[in-house]
Write a protein that binds this ligand. Structure first.
Ligand code: 13P
Ligand code: SF4
Length: 388
């Protein structure tokens, strides 16, 4: 595969990363320039990453989300979904440096949950998440005020892990909580017992797919479009709603369509359809099983030899599962879909660059959430960890 290094290393995009982290956060000065790394060959990159990790030893832990590319995930000490990686960050306090191979909101959560002496590093600050960017704090605050003006008071704010730290802090300040795709069901269960209504952001699809598991009718889950007054709803609709869903979606999972399920079933009789709950409701209802990336990995691992699976999630993970389980047939649900472009920004070049700078005592691309935001975001993250 050809990799456009200029794209990977660029920092000029409008993602979460660019907005909430400094372009280059340095400690120590005299940083090794990234340009020195752009023309290295695969084997040299691999060997030098292994060498830098060996030199840093127990001072370093490299965390890798399952959607990372093969040439990066092979260097992760621990892999996981968003929930597992957040929990690890809250438990593993021995390493001084946490190099996060994932996207910006995950690195922010790791910074919030880690101990004071730990430093979290994101090898490319442009590795944001388009879904997280769909809910901006001012928009969420405006929505909350408008709902309160309608007299809606018993409402629980729940944010998906895929959101900026200031959105998590918004929830923390209002007795709300964070959830991930692994624990959305127990968290919704708790929240529905605590308050009359839920306000869920930023993933409309995960919210709806979880709401139906509680028997909530579709017409009691209304969508809030932040561009419109009252989110594009009448006051009556909002007052009657059980769940208010932010209009946001994953640009990868949102592309799977019901026709892809029909096509795969026609092409491979007996195939099972396994999807991530960030997929649309119409896709999830047509599937056989749905769950987080950890659930997807476990399901395929435990499946019978000879079984066939069409998987609706990120391409790097699906390809890896197909390679790891040659006794099973594993394919992407939609043959023409691509990987998560922002996850892909973490490349061996910028991983090596961040590690070799660490070896020389310089911290590059540190992700540091300001104290007040971190304090309140931690409230909502800790609540999640306690309830799930
Ligand atoms: P999980 O890691 O919770 O499965 O979420 C998938 C995802 O889209 C992460 O960005
Ligand atoms: Fe964001 Fe979707 Fe990429 Fe996950 S897969 S980082 S939700 S755009």
């Amino acid at each position: 595969m050809t990799v456009d290094l200029k794209t990977i290393h660029g920092t000029g995009q409008s993602g979460t990363a660019a907005m909430s982290a400094p372009a280059t956060a340095l400690e120590g000065g005299g940083v090794k320039p990234i340009e020195d790394y752009l023309n290295l060959g695969e084997a040299e990159l691999y060997d030098r990453i292994v060498d830098a990790k060996r030199k840093l030893g127990r001072r370093l832990v490299v965390l890798g989300h399952h959607y990372q590319r093969d040439d990066v995930i092979c260097h992760a000490d621990i892999t996981g979904d968003s929930f597992k990686l957040a929990r690890l960050a809250s438990e593993r306090h021995e390493a001084e440096y946490i190099v996060f191979c994932g996207v910006h909101f995950m690195a922010e959560s790791a910074d919030i949950l880690s101990a004071d002496h730990q430093r979290v590093i994101l090898p490319d600050l442009a590795a944001g998440c388009s879904m997280a960017d769909m809910a901006q704090l001012e928009q969420v605050e405006t929505a909350w005020e408008q709902l309160q003006e309608l007299g809606i008071n018993s409402m629980m704010p729940i944010t998906y892990m895929n959101s900026a730290a200031n959105i998590k802090a918004f929830c923390g300040r209002r007795d709300g909580v964070v959830c991930t795709s692994s624990n959305a069901v127990p968290l919704f269960d708790w929240a529905l017992r605590e308050r009359e209504k839920l306000f869920f952001f930023p993933d409309e699809h995960l919210g709806r797919n979880t709401g139906v598991k509680f028997g909530i009718p579709l017409d009691q889950m209304v969508v809030w479009d932040p561009r419109l007054d009252l989110g594009g709803n009448t006051p009556e609709k909002l007052i009657d709603a059980r769940i208010i869903l932010w209009r946001g979606f994953c640009s990868v999972h949102g592309r799977f369509l019901p026709r892809h399920v029909d096509e795969r079933r026609a092409e491979y009789p007996g195939i099972k359809i396994l999807v991530h709950p960030e997929c649309r409701y119409e896709v999830v209802t047509k599937s056989d099983l749905n769950g987080s990336t950890e659930f997807i990995i476990k399901t395929i691992a435990e499946a019978e030899a000879g079984s066939k699976w069409a998987v609706g999630t990120e391409l790097n993970l699906v390809n890896r599962l197909a390679k790891r389980h040659p006794d099973k047939f594993v394919t992407l649900l939609a043959p023409d879909l691509c990987m998560c472009a922002t996850m892909f920004r973490i490349a061996p070049e910028n991983l090596l660059w961040s590690l070799e700078n660490l070896v020389e005592g310089r911290i590059v691309n540190r992700i540091e959430v300001d104290e007040d935001t971190a304090k309140w975001a931690r409230v909502s993250l800790d609540r999640m960890l306690a309830i799930q």
